[in-house]
Design a protein around this ligand. Structure first.
Ligand code: SF4
Length: 202
C-alpha cells in the first residue's frame, strides 16, 4: 500500500509539473520559464500579472522596482517577502509573455490561470489573505464581483476583505494613478500593512 502524500509533497509534485509546462510555448518569445514561489504553509498569497523580462532571467518574482513598492506597501523586507513558508507568489501567467509593440509587456497568457491556479489553491490551505495586484489577478479571482474599472474595484476594497485585497499594480507606470488617488495610500496601504503584520505575527 502506498503512503498518502502530505500536502507539501503534493504541491512539490505539482510545481515540478508546472516547471515542465509548455502549453503556450509557441506564444512566448523567450520560451517557457514558469516562475512561482509556493509552500503549503504560506499564509499570504500574492497574485500579480506575469513575470517581466528581468524576472524571467532571475527566476525571482517581484525582484524589481515594482516589488520594492509592493514590499513598502506591505511593510516588510526582502527576507520576509521571500520566505515561502509565509508568502506564496504566483502570477496570472507564470511565464514572460513578451513586449507589446506599443510599449510595456503583453498581458499574461490566458491559458495559464485557468489551467494551474485551481490545481495550486487546494494545496495552499493556510492562506488567509490573497493580494490581487492588478486587473488580471482581479478578473481571475473576483470574477463578477469585480467593478467596471480597477479604480472602482480598489475603492470597494472593504467588500472583498478579509479573503481578498485588490491593489493597483505597483509598477512605476501607475505613478499618475497613485498621485490622483491619494485615498489608496491613506486607507488601503495602512490596512494592508496591519493585516500582513498580524497574519505573520511580525
Ligand atoms: S504561461 Fe503558464 S500555461 Fe503558458 S507555458 Fe508558462 S506555465 Fe504553461
Amino acid at each position: 500500500m502506498t503512503e498518502k502524500l502530505s500536502t507539501q509533497e503534493e504541491l512539490e509534485l505539482l510545481v515540478q509539473k508546472i516547471r515542465r509546462c509548455t502549453v503556450c510555448a509557441a506564444h512566448l518569445p523567450l520560451g517557457p520559464r514558469p516562475v512561482v514561489h509556493l509552500h503549503s504553509e504560506a499564509r499570504i498569497l500574492i497574485v500579480g500579472q506575469a513575470p517581466g523580462r528581468r524576472v524571467h532571467e532571475t527566476g525571482i518574482s517581484w525582484d524589481d522596482p515594482s516589488g520594492d513598492r509592493l514590499r513598502d506597501w506591505m511593510g516588510i523586507d526582502r527576507d520576509v517577502f521571500y520566505n515561502v513558508r509565509k508568502i506564496a507568489i504566483m502570477s496570472a501567467g507564470f511565464c514572460y509573455p513578451g513586449r507589446h509593440p506599443r510599449g510595456g509587456d503583453l498581458p499574461p497568457r490566458p491559458e495559464c490561470m485557468p489551467l494551474w491556479h485551481p490545481q495550486v489553491l487546494p494545496l495552499l490551505p493556510k492562506i488567509e489573505l490573497t493580494i490581487l495586484a492588478g486587473t488580471y489577478a482581479q478578473k481571475g479571482y473576483l470574477k463578477s464581483r469585480r467593478k467596471s474599472s480597477l479604480t472602482d474595484t480598489v475603492k470597494h476594497w472593504k467588500s472583498y476583505i478579509p479573503r481578498f485585497l485588490p491593489l493597483p499594480h505597483p509598477s512605476a507606470r501607475n505613478i499618475a494613478w497613485f498621485q490622483s488617488n491619494p485615498w489608496f495610500e491613506e486607507e488601503v496601504v495602512p490596512y494592508l500593512r496591519d493585516r500582513v503584520h498580524t497574519i505573520l505575527s511580525l
